[in-house]
Design a protein around this ligand. Structure first.
Ligand SMILES: [Zn+2]
Length: 421
């Protein structure tokens, strides 16, 4: 298989350590050698890329992806998009993520049961450009829970599957396993973003119901991911072995202690990109200051700031990934989350990028082979103009991505290729 030698690059290896000048050899799908300068690697038959001092770093991982979201103003509008259109939009979104340097995407919910599954399968088959994907189920909710948009006189659905009671919930998890999802996404709490005050603090399922979901998911080897704003929902997720816990705006001291106690087993992502964009960039879609105030969006961002500054101190693995896929925060702007981590949560740029790479690889279930520039790791690499480990905003401009490599193959080849010596 092809070999590629990167010369004159500064390696940000994903561990959070400072960049260092090095040469990196890719052999087939993996990184074969990382040699700090001034030592050099014999190019042999390798294609030589002259990095001219650019940064070589691991590909980015989006920790809360909705590849099949169709950029609606309101979540429930996605329910009106037929599966055929939705599939094509999802394919476009997957390509856009890769164009933006996201070589992996951990899905936080599919718009329809088989959408993530078919996109993941087509990417894996090499027929569709896109990131490595962990395919999620639609969001499982209870009657009256977050995502249940039905009215008594109108049986309308959005992106959710509604099930109540242990028996129904087990049936739903079994069906999703049959259809090939990797992750069961459950809305364990409500969400104030719907405009219902106090909804975030409401827990959607009984302990018995969550136990049934979790037990069935474990039996079938599926990941568990929770939408959990309420402290009680966070506790429930932790009690039942959920691996990924999203949002956590209402985490109290006890919930934070419990998250910290399990910090080596779990991943957390606030998905702050969504409320941030709703508050600051969505006026033309009707999110005027009055509407934003009614939805409590600014208060939500303030809660996230308090909670996630605390999680950072406790060394809980918090990952960027911001619910991109709505009209005002489209897929392709995902790298904005890195800036939010710096400005809102007090992360250093290197801490954010570690979360988006090393921790991202672990989130994908590939801790020993994805997310670092290290010998033996998969060659998902970005060649970036400038130093994103000093200024994460550089990653928001895809023109700064000089090259994008996934599995050792260039998806976006560099313009300048030096002739092998
Ligand atoms: Zn989401």
């Amino acid at each position: 298989m092809a070999r590629v030698l990167f010369r004159d690059v500064r390696v940000f290896d994903g561990s959070g350590a400072e960049r260092f000048p090095a040469e990196v050899l890719v052999d087939g799908t993996r990184i074969a050698r990382v040699v700090p300068s001034p030592a050099t690697i014999d190019a042999g038959d390798a294609q030589v890329i002259d990095g001219a001092g650019a940064t070589l770093m691991p590909g980015l991982v989006e920790a809360h992806a909705h590849v099949s979201f169709t950029h609606p103003v309101e979540l429930e509008d996605i329910g009106r998009v037929p599966p055929e259109e939705n599939t094509l939009i999802a394919a476009y979104n997957a390509r856009t993520l890769l164009d933006c340097g996201f070589t992996s995407a951990y899905s936080a919910g599919a718009a329809k049961t088989r959408l993530d599954v078919v996109i993941r399968n087509e990417i894996n088959a090499g027929r569709l450009p896109g990131p490595r994907m962990r395919a999620a189920s639609p969001e499982i909710t209870s009657t009256g829970g977050f995502g249940d948009v039905r009215q008594v006189h109108l049986d309308h659905h959005s992106v959710e599957i509604i099930a109540d009671g242990p028996v129904e919930l087990r049936r739903v998890v079994r069906m999703l396993a049959r259809e090939g999802v990797d992750t069961i996404k459950v809305n364990l709490s409500g969400d104030n973003a719907t405009g219902r005050r106090g909804f975030s603090e409401r827990v959607a399922f009984t302990d018995e119901e969550v136990a049934a979901i979790a037990d069935q998911a474990r039996m079938w080897g599926l990941d568990l991911a929770a939408h959990a704003q309420a402290a009680g929902a966070i506790r429930s997720a932790l009690d039942h072995g959920f691996r990924t816990i999203y949002h956590c705006a209402f985490a109290d001291e006890d919930a934070l202690d419990r998250l910290e106690a399990k910090k080596d087993e779990i991943f957390v992502a606030p998905a702050v990109g969504l409320p941030y964009a709703m508050a600051h960039n969505a006026a033309e879609w009707g999110f005027t200051p009055e509407v934003v105030a009614k939805r409590g969006t600014l208060a939500q961002i303030e809660r996230y700031q308090r909670v996630f500054r605390e999680m950072r101190k406790r060394h809980i693995r918090v990952l960027p990934g911001g619910d991109y896929g709505f009209a005002w925060n489209p897929i392709g702007t995902n790298a904005r989350d890195f800036e939010h981590f710096v400005n809102l949560f007090g992360y250093t740029p290197r801490e954010v990028l570690r979360a988006a790479t090393e921790f991202g690889g672990a989130l994908m279930g590939m801790a020993d082979e994805l997310g670092l520039v290290r010998e033996g790791y998969l060659a998902d690499l970005l060649l970036v103009l400038g130093d994103p480990s000093a200024d994460v905003r550089l990653l928001q401009d895809r023109d700064n991505l000089l090259a994008i490599m996934k599995d050792g193959a260039f998806y976006k080849p560099p313009n300048r290729v030096a002739v092998a010596a």
